[in-house]
Design a binder for this molecule. Structure first.
Ligand code: APR
Ligand code: PHB
Length: 390
């Protein structure tokens, strides 16, 4: 088989790029290691910045998002028994975010690819990129006993943090930057009415908590836990009790509890790999960078990579202009690092660090007091949360 663009990974990054390119007449194949059901079984974040929502519409995948997603013009920061609102709309001159689950968004992308007859190969085993530093790169994968080959002009590594693409870049070329936080988030999904129509990020000495939602009948809550905890350590009752302790009394009283549908623990990590291009292979999304979930930047950072790659590939195929491809790594990384900075800042502001010295504790308190008393600081938070321009 020969295609113009071979994409490794059928997560949101790979699928969105494949769909956008298809609409411009550019031929792609997506090789995904797992089944569609497996990919759709993963519960991930759910806050989309405005630019991402626009990209979904451009991909003709925005219909259900616009119908079922919720536009949020603000969120709350809870601390010291009270909650303060961050007015995104006011501080960004009318901007907002869309609350719509990554699972639903991925489902919409799969449906669109299927409807368009797109080539998405599931359960592709042992996917390998070859000759990526040549003009004739190709992919191989195993299907049963057969090894299949796909020749391409370009390979896109959109295969997530544990994928094979990044590992194919020579060690003396690749630079990796990493920060591991000394805690994780225990997340729980429950078919209950959310405690607040807008998200609440809660700073508490017992640890951070987040009240989020997927719809007005489906809640998503998180609590900060030590890395040594396991899901089995947390019964539903223990989770609800701990969540309540970390919320202002007035919020905790209104919390509707119920059985969990899903519970999982995610460690918090920041990671960036540079460069995001090697030869004719380009990295995108989690394959190149990870953020802690505090600022809801993970999926949105993936979307900005796809925005740049999409335009660069269209310029190449339609105008013979390679400037976008040549600048991709530098341009994508500039925005990636800003998302890293914001996620690190919000994580540092709101979490309880086990080994924090008293001086750092006072600084953390002061950071919050400054934020809540300064229009300039609020505007900085708001412009980052709704997403910096592409
Ligand atoms: N071969 C083929 N596919 C692979 C391989 C491989 N060797 N390794 C991983 N994959 C697949 C995974 O099964 C997964 O479906 O690549 C996909 C990568 O998807 P994600 O991890 O979701 O990454 P991405 O598409 O970049 O999505 C952005 O932002 O909010 C964050 O982590 C969140 O998933 C989200 C991400
Ligand atoms: C979520 O709903 O899963 C979510 C929302 C906001 C975040 C992180 C996760 O910052």
């Amino acid at each position: 088989m020969k295609v113009q663009v071979g994409i490794i990974g059928g997560g949101p990054s790979g699928l969105l790029l494949s769909q956008l390119l298809h609409l411009k007449g550019i031929d792609t194949v997506v090789l995904e290691k797992h089944s569609r059901e497996y990919v759709l079984g993963r519960i991930r974040a759910g806050v989309l910045e405005h630019g991402f929502a626009e990209l979904m519409r451009e991909a003709q995948c925005g219909e259900r998002m616009d119908r079922e997603g919720e536009i949020h013009e603000g969120f709350f920061i809870a601390h010291d028994g009270v909650k303060d609102r961050v007015d995104l709309h006011k501080y960004t001159g009318g901007n907002s975010v869309v609350v719509y689950g990554q699972t639903e968004l991925t489902r919409d992308l799969y449906d669109a690819r299927e409807k368009a007859g797109g080539k998405v190969i599931h359960n592709a085993e042992n996917v390998q990129p070859h000759d990526i530093d040549s003009d004739a790169p190709y992919l191989t994968y195993r299907e049963g006993d057969e090894t299949r080959r796909i020749d391409c002009d370009y390979i896109i590594g959109a295969d997530g943090f544990h994928g094979v693409s990044r590992k194919s870049i020579p060690k003396d070329v690749l630079r990796e930057y990493e920060k591991v936080y000394p805690f994780g988030w225990l997340g729980m999904l429950s078919r209950t009415k959310p405690v607040s129509p807008e998200l609440i990020y809660a700073k508490h000495e017992r640890g951070f908590a987040l009240c989020s939602l997927r719809s007005q009948v489906l809640s998503r809550y998180y609590i900060q836990v030590p890395l040594t905890d396991t899901v089995e350590d947390w019964s539903d009752d223990a989770f609800w009790d701990e969540l309540k302790r970390r919320l202002p009394a007035e919020v905790a009283e209104g919390l509707i509890t119920g059985p969990s549908i899903e519970k999982s623990i995610a460690p918090l990590r920041s990671f960036v790999a540079e460069p995001m291009r090697y030869g004719n292979m380009f990295l995108a999304g989690d394959a190149a960078h990870i953020v802690p979930p505090t600022g809801a930047r993970g999926l949105n950072s993936a979307a900005s990579d796809i925005y740049y790659l999409y335009h660069a590939l269209v310029d190449h195929y339609q105008k013979g202009d390679d400037a976008g491809l040549d600048n991709y790594s530098a341009k994508a990384l500039a925005r990636v690092w800003k998302a890293q900075r914001f996620s690190w800042w919000m994580t540092t502001l709101l979490h309880t660090f086990p080994d924090k010295i008293p001086y750092d504790q006072r600084l953390q308190q002061t950071d919050l007091e400054y934020l809540l008393s300064s229009d300039a600081a609020m505007a900085s938070l708001a412009e980052n949360y709704v997403g910096l321009p592409f």
